[in-house]
Design a protein around this ligand. Structure first.
Ligand code: PEP
Length: 267
């Protein structure tokens, strides 16, 4: 399985996670700037995940262009109910949301989200025609203790437990080493590819040959100056970008790196 070329059946995907940045009124101009830059790229899936309060204005802005898909940063697994402060899948769908980030390390760390909750959310998401971007990744202490493989293996297995096999084409996995998120410390392309390769093996073990088609993207301080090398790795199918996605040109440059990595495979 240690291929040196990308599997070209997996369409590259680059998603921007805006986290808790940008008000609704700031959202329109940032999106307009991004849309102007990316308007020629049709060979990839491009996603922006603004805060919930910006989804309405984002949907309105993007609706006119159809180049970028809209994503959310979290979702409750229930359709509705007495869950103060939560947002459900049908509520997201109403704004044209197509993707939802689940189990981001900041959700796991600050809001105590568990693998079991992530699994329930992922199953609920596909039931509402939302594509889950399920995040996994180890802490620095775990990496230093040589536990990366064990931690990521356990997260992947548990977070995807019960995921419907007939919906696997909707699933995206994001490997995000926690020590690289928002820190400026990026995993080396080799470190990242090694973990992606392990995730690929797990997916094939868990889901059979269909596991080869699931996209696994990398996140953690992806910037314009390191994206090309990361995106060139055979097992990296795209990027989940935090900080750099708040700058239109920076986000575009990362998208361009993913596009060129794919183009060079097709040459
Ligand atoms: C993220 O929020 O998923 C992320 C990877 O952030 P950053 O790119 O800022 O490290």
């Amino acid at each position: 399985m240690s291929q040196t070329h990308k599997n070209v059946t997996r369409r590259p995907l680059v998603a921007g996670n805006w986290k808790m940045y940008r008000t609704a009124s700031d959202t329109r101009s940032l999106l307009e700037d991004i849309v102007k830059l990316v308007s020629k790229i049709a060979t990839m899936d491009l996603v922006v995940c603004p805060p919930f309060t910006s989804l309405s204005v984002a949907a309105e802005t993007l609706g006119r262009h159809g180049i970028l898909a809209l994503g959310a940063q979290n979702m409750h697994q229930n359709k509705e109910g007495a869950f103060t402060g939560e947002i459900s899948g049908p509520m997201l769908r109403e704004f044209g949301v197509r993707y939802v980030i689940l189990g981001h390390s900041e959700r796991r760390q600050y809001f105590n989200e568990t693998d079991a909750q992530v699994a329930a959310k992922a199953q609920a998401a596909v039931g509402y025609h939302l594509r889950p971007i399920v995040c996994v990744g180890e802490t620095l202490a775990q990496r230093d203790a040589g536990e990366t493989t064990a931690v990521v293996t356990s997260q992947v297995r548990a977070s995807l437990s019960g995921f419907p096999v007939d919906q696997l084409e909707e699933l995206v996995l994001a490997y995000e080493p926690i020590w690289a998120i928002g820190t400026g410390k990026v995993a080396t392309p080799q470190q990242a590819n090694e973990v992606h390769l392990n995730i690929r093996k797990l997916l094939v073990k868990q889901f059979g040959s269909k596991g080869s088609d699931i996209r696994v993207i990398y996140g953690g301080s992806v910037k314009p100056d390191n994206a090309a090398e990361l995106m060139a790795q055979p097992e990296i199918d795209g990027a989940l970008v935090g900080g750099a996605s708040l700058d239109a040109k920076g986000f575009f440059d990362i998208i361009e790196s993913a596009r060129s990595a794919r183009a060079s495979e097709n040459d």
